[in-house]
Design a protein around this ligand. Structure first.
Ligand SMILES: Nc1ncnc2c1ncn2[C@@H]1O[C@H](COP(=O)(O)OP(=O)(O)OP(=O)(O)O)[C@@H](O)[C@H]1O
Ligand SMILES: [Mg+2]
Length: 272
């Protein structure tokens, strides 16, 4: 594989075999550089979530390597593994906020790996964090445009707002790369556009690569700079959005093509 010093993430022959001999990710290799927004597309069961989960070690790969800023993370344990988790931000479909905590406290959780206190979830959460950490959490909330919601309980927010809190939490973490697994699958169209615009803006202005699993091809076409296609665990396409043609889409999605939305006439959305 070509070695590029700008690569933040390098994935080499990554393979995940689940018990029962299910090969969910099969010899997948690619690298991602600063400022790239990569959409991972593929039919249900193709291995998209498994791929992302191997990249932040939520699950352990069976084979291959994942390098983050040149460091192999596949064999890490203990403290080194925790460090990795702070380098790799993760955003989920269901937001994964702590419902009873405030928006601000949820975002502060993103600073956890930068504090020594392990009891953050006990009463009076905020007093355990330094002013610097609090400022970073506030800045992250501002960046996603919801600083006015800071004192609200997380579970009082709309889905779109909760996903913005989750993005702020990830930003507060100061990650080297952001992974997002179907971040807009539970959102209405307007909120979906907003969330992807925010991710794109972060990717461009902060130069943080974003890798996002998406079900909707049209959203990938609008926001991504690059598309990776996964089919039965194999990487079957890796190229610029403009090179992702109807024929390729049909090949990747197979029988599921009808339920995926391909729109060759969409205007691309550039970051502000
Ligand atoms: N914990 C697990 N144990 C065993 N098999 C699993 C496990 N998780 C996923 N699989 C299998 O691995 C394959 C890939 O699943 P994965 O969830 O990664 O696909 P996906 O592309 O994210 O699908 P979707 O679009 O539906 O979210 C599927 O065949 C799935 O059944
Ligand atoms: Mg999935």
């Amino acid at each position: 594989m070509e070695v590029n010093s700008q690569n933040v993430l390098e994935v080499k022959a990554l393979t995940k075999v689940y018990p029962g001999d299910v090969t969910a990710v099969n010899q997948v290799s690619f690298s991602v550089g600063k400022g790239e927004m990569v959409a991972v597309l593929g039919p249900s069961g193709a291995g998209k979530s498994t791929l992302l989960r191997c990249l932040n070690r939520l699950i352990r790969a069976t084979g291959g390597q994942v390098l983050v800023n040149g460091q192999d993370i596949t064999q890490r344990r203990g403290k080194a593994l925790r460090q990795l988790r702070s380098d790799v931000g993760m955003i989920f479909q269901q937001f994964n906020l702590v419902p009873r905590l405030t928006v601000f406290e949820n975002v502060l959780a993103g600073r956890l790996s930068h504090t020594r206190n392990p009891f953050w979830f006990t009463a009076s959460v905020t007093r355990w964090f330094s002013e610097d950490n609090k400022q970073k959490a506030y800045d992250a909330l501002k960046r996603v445009g919801i600083e006015h919601l800071a004192p609200k309980r997380a579970d009082s927010l709309s889905g779109g707002q909760q996903q913005r809190v989750a993005i702020a939490r990830t930003l507060a973490q100061e990650p080297a790369v952001i992974l997002a697994d179907e971040p807009v699958a539970s959102l209405d169209p307007a909120s979906s556009q907003r969330v992807l615009s925010i991710l794109k803006e972060i990717c461009k202005s902060k130069n943080i690569p974003v890798i996002v699993n998406l079900h909707q091809m049209d959203l990938a076409q609008q926001y991504a700079t690059r598309i990776i296609g996964i089919e039965q665990g194999h990487l079957v396409f890796d190229g610029k959005v403009g090179d992702f043609t109807l024929d390729i889409a049909k090949k990747i999605y197979g029988e599921q093509f009808e339920s995926a939305v391909f729109n060759p006439d969409l205007e691309r959305v550039e970051a502000a």
